[in-house]
Ligand binder design. Structure first.
Ligand code: MF3
Ligand code: CO
Length: 289
């Protein structure tokens, strides 16, 4: 489609196209001609989208902070779900996981060999030595936010602690590799390097994702890759980076009983940290902090 330079910008900003996304489009056209995969316009957020995504993400962070304050040995994962529900509702927001594609609870709690999508349960009591990922997702004014943290309960083994720390470093390396007009492959490559140089493996079948008015949007954000490949990271994109890193094999399996709980195939430990980012003109902004 051809846009008139003096007409309204396609992003909905109400600015003239020539003063808004004209140069942006020229840059993308150029990169596309060079063979890069470029993002569709539908995942480029305007200032209004970004403002509400920031608000949604702020609430999501407050919920994670509330969990961080209370989580301890002896607590059930259902109690984590209760905290998440209460704090989310107090902010006039909704828990995105609740009834999402039939998911039964409001948060994911993934312990030890559970990679992701662990279901809170009043019978699962946190014990000393557990490493647990709490993955919180919020809907506010129709906009989604998504982030997760690891918690170490009581005395954890050196192995477990190292996995948690290296996974945090891998996420940071991914962030360090994120730049406007770079590629998703830059991010995946950086994460994979940190994980594999420590003898770990990166889960392949799950990745990060675009996030906006839908929970999971384009693009799929792989946590492995090669530099200078994959979709271009353009200003205005919002997506998660959420590496799942395993002590052993990267292969996983889904519990056939509940249809959700993902574990490592070899039942060795897995860790994950997740942030949601906005690509900006000169770098990125972590929305969930
Ligand atoms: N929060 C998860 C993510 O990072 C998705 C959870 S979907 C659910 O993508 F249904 F399991 F909650
Ligand atoms: Co996510």
């Amino acid at each position: 489609m051809i846009y008139s330079k003096n007409g309204a910008c396609w992003c909905g900003s109400k600015k003239k196209y020539k003063h808004c996304h004209y140069e942006f489009d020229q840059k993308l056209i150029q990169m596309k001609m060079q063979g890069y995969e470029v993002p569709p316009k539908s995942i480029i957020r305007n200032q209004k989208d970004i403002q509400i995504l920031r608000e949604s993400a702020k609430i999501n962070t407050a919920v994670l902070d509330a969990v961080a304050k209370k989580i301890c040995e002896g607590m059930s994962t259902q109690e984590i779900d209760d905290i998440v529900t209460e704090v989310t509702h107090a902010h006039h927001a909704k828990c995105a996981p609740y009834r999402y594609e039939g998911y039964p609870k409001s948060v994911c709690t993934s312990i030890n060999e559970v990679v992701c999508h662990g279901i809170p349960d009043s019978k699962r009591i946190l014990k000393s030595g557990d490493i647990v990922n709490v993955d919180v997702s919020t809907i506010y004014k129709g906009y989604f936010s998504d982030a997760s943290r690891m918690f170490m309960i009581g005395e954890v083994s050196d192995n477990a602690r190292k996995l948690v720390e290296v996974t945090r470093q891998a996420l940071q390396a991914g962030l360090d590799a994120l730049k406007p007009w770079g590629t998703l492959g830059d991010i995946g490559h950086a994460i994979q390097q940190v994980a594999e140089s420590n003898g770990y493996n990166v889960v392949r079948v799950f990745g990060g994702h675009g996030v906006g008015k839908e929970f999971h949007e384009e693009p799929f954000v792989a946590h492995v890759g090669r530099p200078n490949t994959g979709m271009v990271t353009a200003p205005g994109m919002t997506f998660t980076i959420e590496p799942m890193i395993n002590e052993g094999t990267y292969d996983v399996e889904i519990d056939p009983e509940d249809g959700w709980t993902v574990t490592t195939k070899d039942k060795k430990l897995s860790a994950q940290w997740e942030v949601m980012v906005l690509v900006t003109e000169d770098g990125y902004e972590i929305l969930t902090q």
